[in-house]
Every structure is written in structure tokens, then in C-alpha cells.
Design a protein around this ligand. Structure first.
Ligand code: TEU
Ligand code: CA
Length: 554
């Protein structure tokens, strides 16, 4: 494997709208991010991925872009963006933006022009079909509910949108469109961006010609996965994109790739892969149901372990996967992966260590380092996210009571991750002096950065130690490049693995409230990290306390 500048780094995802508001309008912004760079530097962060802050109507919180060359005024100005890149550089930090090119906004100039002249040049930037009364071009269900077809205003045509109707899909089959995308990527890389996180990219290749698939719900529609499973040839687009953009800059790119097949991994993230890395979503998608969120099965500690190891085994040393516990589309990891009722500083630290020490590039989502938790939503009215609203309706349609539907969608709502970052115990979690666009989680008085920064035993301090360990010259080679070997795989509620490089490390977590004992073949040499104060009494027969995690040098 060719060594890359980003392999030994630690990345952090910022959701700009909810990170820090510098001017009291209730919306996080770029000057707010700049003012918190030192907080991130202190934590040990190198790479920052910003969720979209381009000009946008915010129908899907910025994942609907109306101008790829501009910053939305709610987030700041292009000068602020330039300043952010420069301030990051001063601190040896790197900025990634979100590349959202499966679709744009219906308020983008291209789409406006397509409406004016659907048979002209810009009509071919989208997927347009003639409208037929009482019949849709295909029966595909949009990710946010309902059919993927919508009338193209002022015409007798319909356009395709696999996400929201304000997110028309771009036609990647059209070389002119692809040129526009590459031009935009290079424009940003010229500005000094280090790279991109690449949104929903698997959707850019459609199976042509369009056709219906077997309906899988009573709405008569079919999941997008059925079409995507038949779409062949995405590699031609992705390879071209890489050659025309990222490769020339040695930029970092991480793909939001779902459902990759094992034999495609080298093409995606091998030495000459389309992307530098891709996220591991094996744990994230575990338990999901064709029927909707209401039908999703919760994940147990043993499932979690199995999912992590499956990915590690699948990737091996082919490439570098990006490991996450949560992101802006998911509930808080501590609420999801720690059994109900057991969320506490110890279990949060255990989860952090088990995930962070996996082979790959660790990404931390804002607030994860504080152990931020899911929100106790009282009513669907408190929810802003379009996906959650759709899933609530799906649950009701399936016969859930409103209480059941709310409970089901609260568990998985994207808004769990989108509440304001909890900076302090002050009003609105110290996020804004105005009215926050989304209510903070009421637990901010207990869980916040201000109290954790000075507390050596806080979750944040533990994350800081984990990051420092990854960078420690003595262990770095092993943690970054060492192999991963699971141990005691069949032990219930125990997750353990070796990392082997020029050193041998053992990472072991007791994923339950009760203690359990492990027996090492030889005594360990040194404890590198422990989420409990006291060292185990014996260095060979180790009694692990509830949710205790140890990183041992063997
Ligand atoms: O998500 C892509 C995605 O495939 C969805 O599964 C998403 O996880 C799901 O809708 C959650 O309910 C990306 C972005 O991360 C997401 O925020 C955007 O809404 C979506 O693309 C459209 O741009
Ligand atoms: Ca603001």
C-alpha cells in the first residue's frame, strides 16, 4: 500500500448550521467555526470535513446546492471561507468540503434553464421524461418518500429526484455536466481545500433504460436499491473524476459508499482507487428494514463487534476505510450502540476506544467527543428533518399509533445529531445568543465542552488521550498501519483485537455492566489507556469491570 499524507491523521465532521453561531441569528456559521479552531487543535484534530455551506435554499440543510461557487449568506461569505482555509493551514489543519453532485437544487440556474427550455442544453443536465397522464416513468421510491418523479414547472415533462423534490438528479451520462463538476472541484482545490467528502455518490449511475422493478410496499413503489443493484459502470465516471481532479492535487477524498461489493473494494480504495477512502457503514445499516425505520431492529454488542470485524476483514490491507460512530444522518452513537440504560462516561469511553483503534482513518462527529446523546423528542413538531417526517408518516401508515411512531423515529432521527453543539451550561448550550434554529438537547447543563475541557476524567479528555496515542511516535506505526486480529471472538459482550505492527497492542472492551475475566497467554507489558482509575490486580488474569476498556502493550 502506498503511504499517503492523510493516513496518520484524525478527522472531525462539522455540521456548520449547528456548530457555533457568531452573530446571534441562531444559525452556526463560518466565523463561528474559525473561532473554535483552537478547540479542535487542542483535541488533536487534523482534518475537518464541513457539511455543505454553499448557497442553498436549505430544503435538505444544504445538500441542495443552488450555487457551487458561493457560500450561503447564512453561513458567511467567500472571504470567511478563504479565512477558514488560511487559519486552518496556520495550525497545520486541513479543510474538506462536501461534494454534492448527484443532484443540485431546483433553484440552481441549470434547473431554471431546463424549465425554460427542456429540449435545450440544460434539459440534458437532468433526467427529463415526457409526462403521461396517470402513469409515472418508473415506480422508484425516493429516499425521502413518494415517487422520484415531479412535474417540471411550465413544461409537459417530469424530472427525476431520488432524494427530495427540491433535489433534481444531475445527468452524469452527459459529458457537459461532468465537465462542469470537474471544473468546480478544481476551482475549490485551487483555493487550498485538502479534498472532499463525496455525498450519495453511488446514485450517480442509473440503470438505463429506466424501467419498473417489483413493488415492495403497499404504495406500489420500489426501493432505489433495486435499480442501483442493476446499474453497471459507475467506475467509468469515478475514474474519470479522480483523474481530472483529485489525483492532480494529491487531494483526500472519502466516498459515502453504501453496499459496496467485496470484489470492488480495490477499485474504490486500493492504491489507484477512485477515492482515498470510504466510510464503513456496516454498523450503521445493521438492522435496517425494507419497511422503514419503525421496523428497524436494534443492534446488540455482539452484532456491533461482528459488523466492525466484518469490515476490517473485508478491507484488510487493500486500503484505508474511514471509521465513524455517528454522523449528521444518524442518531448519536452512544445512544445507539450502548445498551439502553447503560449510557455513562465509562461506556462512552469504551465505545470510543473500540472504534478509534480499528484500522483506518477515525472520524469524530461534532459533540461525539463530549458523549452527546439522543434527544428526548416530545412531539413530531419538534423535528425539522425531512427524512424523519417521512418515516413518521410511513410508521403511521403501517398502523403504528402516533406514540409508537414517534418513539420509532426518535430512535433514528437525523435531528439527534443536528441539535446545537453543547459548548457550555449557559443558555442555549452556549451555541448562540439568539434563538437557535433547532432546540438544544436539554442535557446540555450536564454534558458540555466547558466542563469537560478542564476535567481530566471527562469523555473529551479520554478522546484527547486516544488521539494523542494514535500520534505517539512509539505506537503510531502500529496503530496506523498494523494489522487487526480479532481475539476471543465468540465471547459474549466482549470485543477484543490485536493491532500488530512493530509493536503488539491488545484492545479489549467489556461490553456489559457485569464484570468478566480474560486470561492472557503472557502478562502485558504496559497499560496505554484505561477508562478506569485502577490498573487490574493481575497482569494476566484480568478482571474487567463493567464497560472497562484497556489498550495494552503486549
Ligand atoms: O445521504 C445519503 C443517503 O444515502 C441517505 O441514506 C441518508 O443517510 C438517509 O436519507 C438518512 O435518512 C447524503 C447526506 O449525508 C444526507 O444528509 C443527504 O440528505 C443526502 O445525501 C442527500 O444529499
Ligand atoms: Ca450565525
Amino acid at each position: 500500500m502506498i503511504r499517503k499524507w492523510w493516513h496518520d491523521k484524525v478527522a472531525y465532521q462539522i455540521y456548520p448550521k449547528s456548530f457555533y453561531d457568531s452573530n446571534g441569528d441562531g444559525i452556526g456559521d463560518l466565523p463561528g467555526i474559525i473561532s473554535k479552531l483552537d478547540y479542535l487543535k487542542d483535541l488533536g484534530i487534523d482534518i475537518i470535513w464541513l457539511s455543505p455551506c454553499y448557497r442553498s435554499p436549505l430544503a435538505d440543510q444544504g445538500y441542495d446546492i443552488s450555487d457551487y461557487y458561493d457560500i450561503d449568506p447564512r453561513f458567511g461569505t467567500m472571504e470567511d471561507m478563504d479565512r477558514l482555509i488560511a487559519e486552518a493551514k496556520k495550525r497545520n489543519m486541513y479543510i474538506l468540503m462536501d461534494l454534492v453532485v448527484n443532484h443540485c437544487s431546483d433553484e440552481h440556474e441549470w434547473f431554471q434553464k431546463a424549465c425554460e427550455d427542456p429540449d435545450g442544453e440544460y434539459g440534458n443536465f437532468f433526467y427529463l421524461r415526457d409526462k403521461k397522464e396517470g402513469e409515472l416513468p418508473t415506480n422508484w421510491r425516493s429516499y425521502f418518500g413518494g415517487p422520484v418523479w415531479e412535474d417540471l414547472p411550465g413544461t409537459n415533462k417530469q424530472y427525476l429526484h431520488v432524494f427530495h423534490k427540491k433535489q433534481p438528479d444531475l445527468n452524469w451520462e452527459n459529458p457537459r455536466l461532468r465537465e462542469e463538476v470537474y471544473k468546480n472541484i478544481n476551482w475549490w482545490l485551487d483555493k487550498g481545500l485538502a479534498g472532499f467528502r463525496i455525498d450519495a455518490i453511488i446514485n450517480i449511475k442509473k440503470a438505463l433504460p429506466f424501467k419498473n422493478y417489483a413493488p415492495d410496499r403497499e404504495d406500489g413503489l420500489t426501493s432505489m436499491h433495486n435499480m442501483l443493484a442493476e446499474a453497471k459502470g459507475i467506475g467509468e465516471f469515478l475514474g474519470e473524476m479522480r483523474a481530472r481532479t483529485f489525483q492532480k492535487y494529491d487531494a483526500f477524498s472519502v466516498g459515502e459508499v453504501f453496499n459496496e461489493k467485496e470484489d470492488e473494494i480495490p477499485d474504490f480504495i486500493g492504491d489507484n482507487g477512485y477515492f482515498s477512502s470510504m466510510f464503513d457503514f456496516n454498523e450503521t445499516v445493521f438492522g435496517s428494514s425494507q419497511n422503514g425505520w419503525y421496523d428497524a431492529k436494534p443492534i446488540t454488542p455482539d452484532d456491533y463487534k461482528r459488523c466492525c470485524f466484518e469490515t476490517q476483514q473485508k478491507i484488510g490491507s487493500t486500503g484505508f476505510v474511514s471509521n465513524i460512530i455517528e454522523n449528521h444522518d444518524e442518531p448519536r452513537g452512544v445512544s445507539r450502540y450502548i445498551p439502553q440504560g447503560d449510557c455513562c462516561p465509562e461506556s462512552k469511553k469504551m465505545l470510543a476506544a473500540l472504534n478509534f483503534m480499528l484500522r483506518g482513518l477515525p472520524f469524530i462527529y461534532q459533540g461525539q467527543e463530549l458523549g452527546m446523546e439522543n434527544v428526548p423528542f416530545q412531539s413530531i413538531e419538534e423535528i425539522d428533518d425531512i427524512s424523519t417526517k417521512d418515516e413518521y408518516q410511513v410508521a403511521l401508515d403501517a398502523g403504528c399509533t402516533p406514540e409508537e411512531a414517534l418513539a420509532a423515529v426518535s430512535r433514528l432521527s437525523r435531528d439527534n445529531a443536528r441539535t446545537p453543539m453543547q459548548w457550555s451550561a449557559e443558555e442555549n448550550a452556549g451555541f448562540t445568543t439568539g434563538t437557535p434554529w433547532l432546540k438544544p438537547n436539554p442535557n446540555y447543563t450536564a454534558i458540555n465542552a466547558a466542563s469537560q475541557e478542564t476535567d481530566p476524567d471527562s469523555v473529551r479528555s479520554f478522546y484527547k488521550k486516544l488521539i494523542a496515542l494514535r500520534k505517539n511516535p512509539e505506537y503510531k506505526e502500529t496503530i496506523v498501519y498494523g494489522t487487526l486480529e480479532p481475539v476471543w471472538e465468540d465471547r459474549h459482550n466482549l470485543m477484543a483485537y490485536y493491532r500488530k505492527g512493530d509493536k503488539t497492542l491488545l484492545v479489549v472492551g467489556n461490553y456489559q455492566r457485569a464484570s468478566q475475566t480474560i486470561t492472557l497467554d503472557v502478562p502485558y507489558k504496559k497499560i496505554l489507556l484505561n477508562n478506569y482509575k485502577d490498573a487490574p490486580k493481575s497482569s494476566q488474569a484480568i478482571e474487567l469491570q463493567g464497560y472497562q476498556v484497556l489498550i495494552l502493550e503486549m
